[in-house]
Write a protein that binds this ligand. Sequence first.
Ligand code: GLU
Length: 380
Amino acid sequence: MSGTNRRELANSKRILVKIGSSSLSLAEGLNYRIIERLCDDISLLKDAGKEFAIVSSGAVASGRAITKGCTSGEALSRKQALAAIGQGSLIKAYNDAFKRYGHIAAQILLTRDDIDDRHRYLNIRNTFTALFELGAVPIINENDTVRVEEIQFSDNDMLSAMILPLLEAQLLIILTDTGGVCREDPRVCPDTERIPIITDLKLKDIRGASTQAGTSGRGGMYSKLMAAYHAGLLGVPTVIADARTPHVISAVLDGEDLGTLIIPPRKERLSRKDHWIGFVSIPKGRVIIDDGAVTMLTQRGKSLLPAGVTGVEGRFVEGDTVEIVDARGMVIAAGLSNFTSEDVARVMGANTKDLAGILEKECDEEIVHRNNMILKGAHL
Ligand code: GLU
């Protein structure tokens, strides 16, 4: 859907709702009232034919309340333990709330490396499809208990943006503890003005947003806008709204003027595969190219040939994602390598006709084929 105005939001059939820890937790534990109200709203919309998935934080905050733990400065292992304690209560709260309407919740815990692997990524997509066929509401959270820093999602806002194509959702609603995007940080300037609609969201505009999250979550408005930006690359509109607004999801779908609607750009949208190559998969190495190759890639739409390669960094195998960088280290593109890092080192600078001789085996002509490449300059 194009999401050019609020009225069009009603056409979204499948919706991803993200709700953060600050909205879900109270000092004494989970905010059951918010969860129940959200599930009431979603259940009635489901009965009317809509489909939903929810990215829900709150495991750590719930675990903290259960153990009466301290609020900050915890070691990673302690937070992971709190997530293990709290996740059960979190999913139980959703299950109980949906059961009143005869609906089913399904727990999905993901780490970044689950979707970094293309095979597993596609497998998870099939699982989501099956869950929607069963009429279940997937309740997704990062698998905090087993994650390590290198492979963590920066926060659940980004997790939401990354899984949009897996869910094939047409709308992202981010519920938070402010009334939307404001001109100033509302925690600092309570009288600040809400921005109702953002068109043409640019990365440079996002950089000024607050990175300050609520007391119990990660993220802040910066990460919500980043998530909206990424959703926009896929052509998906985002609404950032206050989780405390009564019937907030119905109100968004009814086109009510609440929160902030971020409209996706009209220009070409990324395919699911390009989105995965460029923004989901973690690059396993870098291929450095000369200025001639930069021109071939950026202005002539060509594949990357060994002749334009001047260096290689990291260790990767065929099919891994690599970053393609210029002589100054600026990322030009990301793509799937047809060669191992060792073979790139052997053929770099060589003419296409000499490749098989150098490697003593049949091989592709391109280091990265155009069809498996996404230019980064235009997007990041
Ligand atoms: N996954 C964490 C939790 O459930 C929250 C992460 C976030 O707020 O972005 O507590």
